[in-house]
Write a protein that binds this ligand. Structure first.
Ligand SMILES: Cc1cc2nc3c(=O)[nH]c(=O)nc-3n(C[C@H](O)[C@H](O)[C@H](O)COP(=O)(O)OP(=O)(O)OC[C@H]3O[C@@H](n4cnc5c(N)ncnc54)[C@H](O)[C@@H]3O)c2cc1C
Length: 372
């Protein structure tokens, strides 16, 4: 037996690591089993937004959960620093979704109206601003920009520093991180659980499955059906530039070192993580419509990665009914939700009442019957 602990967390990406850190803060003895570099890992390929506006259109609980995470974020960042983490470069100064053309402007306006009518979305302080106001904030936008929606709650972090910080802080709190620990099977074992992995066999009282897209095949081993699928996104990074974007955008941000990161593409490409030159061209042409000044700028790096996507885009959280103590956690916005996962979801895993608290995020909303 390679070891036993209070909780095993399967998956050391942003979701598993945030939960592991949160559990370790509560004093639990935690083991993180992580497959390693061969796995699909959205946590190492994402955009770094801590984004609030528009989240939860159609699911008010997701709107308030996102907002809760945003509110917890500064304390979460400070807490990791205290526990040997690193500065994750958190900035929460607001963000814009720029609109190209009148239809896009109306779509954002309608979304604000719809969300205003949903309970639990927080203050109604996301608002439309016209093209003139946008140009006061962003003088370099192109003539096609008709306005934007603005929210004071949006922000961003350095996503790789976030992952590194979670690992370092969790370790300092006593968590054990096992790399090369691809989990092959999990099962009930007495009053706890047993995980067979490529790094040996591990035992624990509770089990959290947070292995991104792999939850789809791991969760049925404890009686849960989790219908997540890959969704490919591309990101492009430019050479360093003078300040062009004084404010964060949903699809572009200028980092402290002057590079501009852009891309917000969504594609159903199965498990294919190769770069599509056609998609890159499409993204780049679109960005130039927002910022004509970028027409001749050099793109120095690109990559694609697979999102962890539920059919409706919202999180799926569930404790197994047939194997109580086993939890499956999947979501798209693992950067945005990291603070809530660490400081709120993790304590709920330890203290009970999980399914009542997170009923809105149950996979039963897809009418999926429990696995046999
Ligand atoms: C292009 C792109 C842009 C994005 N932009 C943002 C953004 O701006 N803001 C935001 O909030 N979110 C964003 N996301 C989403 C965010 O990155 C994901 O929600 C988050 O990374 C999911 O984390 P995860 O830990 O669930 O999954 P992953 O990052 O995929 O990690 C899964 C982990 O599980 C491990 N694993 C897999 N199988 C096993 C196994 N059998 N045994 C043990 N370990 C296993 C892997 O090694 C891996 O470490 C973006 C995603 C992409 C792809």
């Amino acid at each position: 037996m390679a070891g036993s602990s209070d909780v095993i967390v399967v998956g050391g990406g942003l979701v598993g690591s945030a939960i592991a850190y949160g559990l370790a803060r509560e004093g639990a003895k935690v083991t993180i089993l992580d497959e390693g570099d061969v796995a699909f890992r959205a946590s190492r390929g994402n955009f770094g937004l801590v984004w609030v506006q528009g989240k939860g259109d159609g699911m008010p609980d997701y709107a308030s959960w996102t907002r809760r995470s945003k509110d917890l974020y500064q304390g979460f960042a400070d807490g990791m620093l205290e526990h040997n983490g690193r500065d994750i470069e958190l900035k929460q100064e607001g963000g814009l979704e720029l609109c190209l053309g009148e239809d896009a402007y109306r779509e954002n306006e309608d979304e604000i109206r719809r969300m205003h009518n949903q309970p639990g979305v927080g203050e109604n302080d996301r608002r439309m601003i016209d093209a003139e106001e946008v140009r006061k904030i962003m003088p370099l936008v192109g003539p096609e920009v008709t306005g934007a929606s603005f929210s004071p709650h949006d922000g961003h972090v350095n996503p790789l520093y976030l992952l590194h910080s979670l690992h370092a802080a969790a370790r300092q709190l006593g968590a054990r991180y096992v790399s090369g620990g691809k989990t092959l099977s999990i099962a009930r074992d007495g009053d706890g659980f047993r995980a067979e992995t490529e790094a040996g066999v591990f035992r624990s009282g509770k089990l959290v499955i947070a292995a991104g897209i792999a939850n789809k095949w791991l969760a049925p081993m404890v009686g849960l059906d989790i219908p997540v699928n890959p969704n490919r996104g591309h990101i492009l990074i430019t050479e360093r530039m003078q300040p062009v974007m004084p404010m964060l955008l949903v699809n572009a941000r200028q980092t402290a070192d002057g590079t501009i990161n852009f891309g917000n593409s969504h594609e159903d490409a199965g498990y294919d993580t190769s770069i599509s030159p056609a998609k890159l061209g499409e993204i780049a042409r679109n960005v130039v419509r927002y910022f004509p000044i970028l027409k001749n700028v050099r793109v120095v790096r690109t990559w694609s990665a697979l999102r962890v996507m539920a059919p409706d885009g919202f999180p799926i959280y569930r404790e197994s009914e047939t194997a109580p103590g086993a939890f499956s956690i999947s979501c798209h916005s693992g950067v945005t939700l990291a603070a809530a996962h660490a400081l709120d979801l993790a304590p709920t895993i330890l203290n009970g009442g999980f399914n009542d608290r997170f009923a809105a995020f149950s996979p039963e909303r897809f009418n999926v019957s429990p696995a046999a």
